[in-house]
Design a protein around this ligand. Structure first.
Ligand code: SAM
Length: 100
């Protein structure tokens, strides 16, 4: 079973459409905050994350929630942008660069 979680209704609709078009029967999607997942303790084998930590200031809470839902020995795979050094102010100030 695959559980897709997002707090955006638009993203959930996109995911449901993609799953339907792919003929997936083992995927469910729910609207929830990553800080309070509607998932049982220790019930997840693998968590796939795309761009959630770099969008949230409360990273500790999200890590704690991941640790709660993952089974012992479970895996987390995350696709995140990580800065190795501070960006120059002119780049930080440009909204276009947030998505570059
Ligand atoms: C980079 S997008 C990735 C979307 C999709 N998972 C994918 O891989 O294409 C990041 C997603 O994280 C969601 N998101 C950000 N913070 C969240 C939070 N605290 N709880 C739930 N979803 C969150 C956003 O709504 C957005 O859809």
């Amino acid at each position: 079973m695959v559980i897709g979680v997002d707090f955006s209704a638009e993203m959930l609709e996109r995911a449901r459409t993609a799953a339907r078009e792919a003929g997936l029967k083992n995927a469910v999607f729910c609207r929830a905050d990553a800080e309070a997942l509607p998932i049982k303790d220790g019930s997840i084998d693998v968590a796939l994350i795309n761009g959630i930590f770099n969008l949230n200031p409360s990273r500790d809470a999200i890590f704690c929630e991941l640790a709660r839902v993952l089974r012992s020995g479970g895996f987390v795979y995350a696709a995140e942008l990580i800065l190795r050094e501070s960006l120059p102010p002119e780049i930080r100030a440009s909204e276009a660069n947030w998505f570059a």
